[in-house]
Design a protein around this ligand. Structure first.
Ligand code: AMP
Length: 360
């Protein structure tokens, strides 16, 4: 269902998922006088702390979903693995943004890579894998060092295995667990970047300056803005995000993860939501990615993505957030803590944005 008219202040935005992204969305919505109702299963849900209302229930609970739908004016999500049935149930009752088709494409790496290829967007050579025989064939097809990735439910490097020349496909397949997968060639990239962009119900489009992203153990460690890339690569990256969002009739913020290679820009992955590599926008831009997402889905004019400071965003993982007192005293540094009850190694507990304001 499409949004009939812009939602006035006081309207209620439904968010599926109760993590830090939902929390930062709710904080941004409040600035505009909009209210958020968070829906999430039992667990550590730091978004509940800052929301107007919340429902703690499983995603496959029709009465709870029905009551949620009755209480909100539009629905969005903060993670892409929302069950398709949940999205369909809500999408029949009220506007869902981004839409169910977007979820269907981005929940499956094979569908996603095929979609991008058909649009003429560069991706690493890839092939579907369903058993040890198709794995052997796929490794021949992509040729060279490769990565095996599960088609569904992978994030932060989970469900991934690097395969070297000479590895035995049968042993790799057993070791990997045998879920439907894809094989991709390892890309010799110069940099990893992403585009954080928004599209409105009316087709308006706005993209932020491109961050350069560094990962450690497959988890984002740092985003530096602006990325040290050529203006041509930056333009190409923005154009790719525009092509994708137009084709999908997308509404909301999208995060498109990309590799910069000698042959140009390739897409690694699409995140149909606000993205970790856009957290710097909270302090370095007039309108953050969170506010921009709320504006887009609520039918408001998109905000100006103007950036008034260079910035380095660093994630606080696990125990690093215990150093909050020192971090809070650093000059030109904004500290963000997610209020999670439990710290685990590698868990995203917060982030800091260190600013270097641009001279007028
Ligand atoms: P993903 O889960 O697909 O986002 O991958 C997580 C990280 O693994 C990426 O940000 C890259 O650092 C690395 N990676 C994934 N796919 C490839 C690839 N085909 N070639 C090189 N590095 C990759």
């Amino acid at each position: 269902m499409r949004l009939a008219q812009p939602l006035p202040p006081g309207s209620v935005i439904g968010i599926l998922g109760g993590g830090q992204l939902g929390r930062m969305l709710a904080l941004a919505a409040a600035r505009l006088g909009l209210k958020c109702h968070i829906y999430a299963p039992k667990g550590d849900n730091p978004a509940f702390d800052v929301a107007f209302a919340h429902t703690e229930a499983p995603y496959d609970d029709p009465p709870a979903l029905e009551a949620f739908a009755d209480a909100i004016d539009v629905v969005t999500y903060e993670f892409e693995n929302v069950p398709a049935e949940t999205a369909a149930f809500l999408g029949e009752r009220l506007p869902l943004a981004p839409g169910a088709e977007v979820l269907a494409i981005t929940q499956d790496r094979l569908t996603e890579k095929s979609f991008l290829s058909e649009l003429g967007i560069g991706v690493a050579p890839f092939a579907a894998v369903d058993d040890e025989f198709s794995l052997e064939w796929a490794l021949g097809k992509v040729s060279g060092p490769a990565i095996l990735k599960t088609r569904r439910l992978g994030y932060d490097g989970k469900g991934q295995l690097r395969i070297e020349a000479g590895d035995d496909p049968a042993a790799v397949w057993v070791n990997f667990g045998g879920a439907p997968s894809i094989v991709e060639r390892v890309v010799a990239f110069e940099k990893e970047i992403s585009v954080i962009a928004a599209r409105g119900w009316d087709g308006a489009f706005a993209a932020y300056d491109v961050p350069e992203n560094e990962h450690e153990d497959h988890i984002l460690r740092r985003s530096t803005v602006p990325a040290k890339i050529t203006p041509e690569d930056a333009r190409a990256a923005h154009a790719i995000a525009r092509t994708i969002t137009t084709k999908l009739d997308y509404v909301g913020i999208i995060g498109v993860e990309m590799f910069v290679t000698q042959e140009g820009v390739l897409v690694n992955e699409i995140a149909p939501r606000v993205h970790n590599s856009g957290h710097w926008t909270i302090d370095a831009c007039l309108v953050s990615q969170f506010e921009q997402h709320i504006r887009a889905i609520a039918g408001w004019p998109l905000g100006d993505p103007f950036r008034y400071s260079d910035v380095v965003m660093t994630n606080l993982l696990g125990d690093e957030a215990a150093g909050w007192s020192t971090l809070a005293s650093r000059p030109l540094t904004a500290l963000h803590l997610y209020g999670k009850a439990e710290s685990r190694p590698g868990r995203k507990m917060g982030h800091v944005n260190r600013l270097t304001p641009r001279q007028p």
